[in-house]
Ligand binder design. Sequence first.
Ligand SMILES: N[C@@H](CCC(=O)N[C@@H](CS)C(=O)NCC(=O)O)C(=O)O
Length: 349
Amino acid sequence: MTQFSRASFLRAIGAAAMVAAVSLPAVAQQPAAPTGATLDAIRARGTLICGVNTGLAGFAQPDSQGVWRGFDVDYCRAVAIALFNDPDKVRFVPTTAQNRFTALQSGEVDMLARNTTWTLSRDTSLGFDFTGISFYDGQGFMVKASLGVRSARELNGATICVQPGTTTEQNLTDWARANRIQFQPVVIERLEEVVNAYLSNRCDAYTTDVSGLAATRAVQARPADHVILPEVISKEPLGPVVRHGDQRFADLLRWIHFGLLTAEELGLTSQTIGQAAGDARPDVQRLIGRSGDLGQMLGVDNAFMVNIVSRLGNYGQIFERNLQPIGVQRGPNALWTTPGGLQYAPPFR
Ligand SMILES: N[C@@H](CCC(=O)N[C@@H](CS)C(=O)NCC(=O)O)C(=O)O
């Protein structure tokens, strides 16, 4: 036991009401949606209903005018552009880590564009389809700089704040067991409350996806007072999710993501894609819908990628606009053509 042992455990006992057993999300197995049902429903309604985070800077958060902004938000807007040529034909529904899956299963939302990790059980028994990996992430820990902790290995005996219904909660248990680290979980459902618990020293560390830590740190009065420890203890491939069985909707989301990557790969930006008709490269002609009828194959306008990229930018532009302000680097989310980059789109043809 280290510096954390006694004081930490006493604090944890004080917060006993907040401490729950490590739990799995209360979601049931769900029958698959009929193919095309979601797309038909969205078209009939005239609006996409997108499940997003309750508020994570850079990913999904209403601005001072109440307009939703962020990386995940742009994925929702891209779908609305493909379907309605209008980025505002979206109703954003905030979902917590715990209630996001029931929201999707019950049909309350059409899709999730929300830091949700692709796992086997979510893909199968929860009845979902992950449509790609829009953001490669991993789980980390954040502590107050004043603690002087430099490594997660020093967290033996610590109280650790975590949200339920997450891979975070499961990884934390696995990691602690594998590394023989004792910890006291403080499990709190609402993001704001879990962050407040960390800020008010009810826990020594806060753990979630590193992107979530960066987003939380960026909005603190003094970000430098918080340190993200170097250990990344898991793989968290995040991406948009739909209900199982609705392949036409899943295909559309999948190829929007690949189209955004392809635009970046081809050097087409929000500023240039509108003038790309004269670009003789066959790949460009297909992406902008002047050959190949690829949009039609997805049930949308052949110019859907021009409409999306001209308004939102390509993948790199969406990334930089939303995530540079919170200090997130491209890292593994660089294109595959850059060393260390994992973002790769199959042929857009
Ligand atoms: N990627 C993980 C964690 C996702 C997650 O929900 N993280 C928290 C902390 S960043 C979050 O977004 N909470 C927002 C909320 O519950 O409103 C998962 O899919 O289980």
